[in-house]
Design a protein around this ligand. Structure first.
Ligand SMILES: [Zn+2]
Length: 309
């Protein structure tokens, strides 16, 4: 579905995955150069049944982003595509440990992405994602290493991956290591799991939650989010494709905003979700019925809750 853009103004985007936003033309070029199986599977269909199914559209990009050159290019191009979409402040996230299949060190993965972001035509910062299915010791090590880049491009630490199968609480030591390393904290939750998963993420001391859609089903949790001022970085199209909501028009964004919860909107993954930030604002307006003042509030919240200095 394409919805005309209502209010074009410069926007901040806080939730953008490097692998899920790989340009299709670049992916194809890399695949041909490497003899990778074609056609590539990059775009999740509207009837994508679950988060687990949605995540399979990250498999081909991950295969292709295993060299420093590919990582640097993908980061720069994501910055270019975001800038062309009206974004002037961008936080890009990805899981460095998933890019070591061909022998890259974690440090070289991080540095390649930081070089790409530095070359992009907008202000861009990096958030490092630990994966839910990785051993906590590996994620602690990742947090410590990422901390060496705190203030030099990396600003945050996140937990991502299959939420239905892997709880967040056992990863507490990784969050503590990231906090000790002066990184801001966020966590994916409430995208493919109950409100209790959002509660678990809050108990880890995060400042922002990636998605948190299911929190809207629990009045007590909505009250806690409001009183603690924790921000939800929602992604309507991606949330719908992950079946956090059965239909796009059921998305709780307007209800959460009107209940006083601090919310932002993002693409999550420009390619896998097949959207742009302009498109997400258009959906918030035309499909979810939010007015211009509410849309401007989403952007204001993103700028207030940014992890960048
Ligand atoms: Zn995400």
């Amino acid at each position: 579905m394409t919805v005309a853009e209502p209010f074009p103004w410069p926007r901040a985007e806080l939730h953008s995955h490097l692998d899920g936003s790989l340009r299709p033309a670049t992916a194809e070029e890399l695949a041909r150069a490497e003899g990778h199986r074609l056609p590539l599977q990059l775009v999740a269909p509207p009837d994508c049944p679950s988060q687990a199914a949605f995540l399979t559209y990250f498999d081909d990009p991950l295969d292709l982003l295993q060299t420093e050159a590919a990582l640097e290019r993908a980061a720069r191009e994501l910055g270019e595509d975001s800038a062309a979409d009206g974004v002037d402040y961008l936080e890009v996230r990805w899981a460095p440990l998933l890019h070591r299949r061909r022998g890259l060190s974690t440090a070289s993965v991080i540095e390649a992405v930081l070089r790409g972001l530095a070359a992009a035509p907008l202000e861009a910062w990096a958030i490092v994602c630990a994966m839910r299915h990785h051993p906590v010791e590996d994620n602690v090590e990742l947090a410590r290493l990422a901390g060496r880049y705190a203030g030099r491009g990396v600003v945050g630490f996140d937990l991502a991956g299959n939420e239905a199968s892997w709880p967040a609480a056992p990863q507490r030591p990784a969050f503590e290591a990231a906090r000790a390393a002066d990184l801001h904290l966020t966590c994916h939750a409430g995208e493919a799991g109950p409100p209790a998963n959002v509660e678990q993420a809050l108990d880890l001391g995060v400042e922002r939650i990636a998605h948190g859609v299911s929190a809207a089903r629990d009045a007590g949790l909505v009250a806690r989010l409001r009183s603690e001022g924790v921000v939800l970085d929602l992604c309507p199209t991606s949330n719908w494709k992950c079946k956090a909501v059965p239909r796009l028009e059921d998305h709780p964004l307007p209800r959460l905003v009107r209940a006083g919860v601090r919310c932002t909107i993002s693409t999550d993954s420009r390619t896998a979700a097949a959207t742009t930030l302009g498109q997400e604002y258009a959906i918030a307006h035309r499909v979810l019925g939010m007015n211009e003042a509410e849309l401007r509030q989403l952007d204001r919240t993103a700028r207030e809750a940014r992890f960048g200095p």
